[in-house]
Design a protein. Structure first.
Length: 193
């Protein structure tokens, strides 16, 4: 059995969108799934979000743990991986980044999440495998979507799944209750996947 930790995005909670779907599906396969509640999702602070994910991952064996980050939650995971002691704890089993950003996207209130620059070599060593799910029509990364995807591919050796539509999974205020593409990517990282 693997431990799977799902980290939500900006202005989101663990009760909405495709997070409960992922938890149901993976729990049914015998895995332990934690939907991590981050502090102040409407006004996130980098230090608080990082503390929350460090506390949760610190209780788990990295080699048995798959991390999933959506949007800013994925950026938070990059910060976690940059601090992870791979020599002492070994790499995480895998990471799935859903509609995440490899650099700033113009939200001034979130600029602190992108400072300092990412230590890509250290992040890459902190997990055995990386998967990326991104939509071409993502309004958050906009015209720079290909650059964000390619940064993950070139810097992390990530396998990218790019859909023609899907926005920011989701884009509108209406929730996206299922995301089979994310489930498939997570399963590809699991021992039974």
């Amino acid at each position: 059995m693997s431990k799977i930790i799902v980290v939500h995005g900006y202005r989101e909670t663990t009760d909405e969108n495709w997070y409960p779907y992922l938890q149901r599906e993976l729990t049914a396969l015998g895995h332990e799934v934690e939907l991590l509640r981050l502090p102040d999702p409407a006004a996130p602070q980098p230090a608080g979000w990082l503390r929350a994910v460090l506390a949760e991952t610190g209780r788990r064996r990295a080699g048995d743990t798959v991390l999933i980050g959506h949007s800013l939650g994925g950026v938070n995971l990059l910060r976690l991986l940059a601090q992870h002691d791979t020599e002492a704890e070994g790499p995480f089993a895998g990471v799935v980044l859903v509609a995440s950003m490899a650099g700033e996207v113009g939200y001034q209130e979130l600029a602190g999440f992108f400072q300092p620059a990412f230590d890509w070599p250290r992040i890459r060593r902190a997990a055995r495998e990386f998967r990326v799910l991104h939509a071409v029509d993502d309004p958050v990364t906009g015209a720079a979507t290909p650059e964000h995807i390619m940064r993950f591919v070139t810097e992390l050796g990530a396998t990218a799944t790019v859909t023609p539509t899907g926005g920011h999974f989701p884009t509108s205020p209406a929730p996206l209750s299922e995301l089979p593409e994310a489930l498939r990517l997570v399963r590809s990282l699991l021992p039974t996947g």
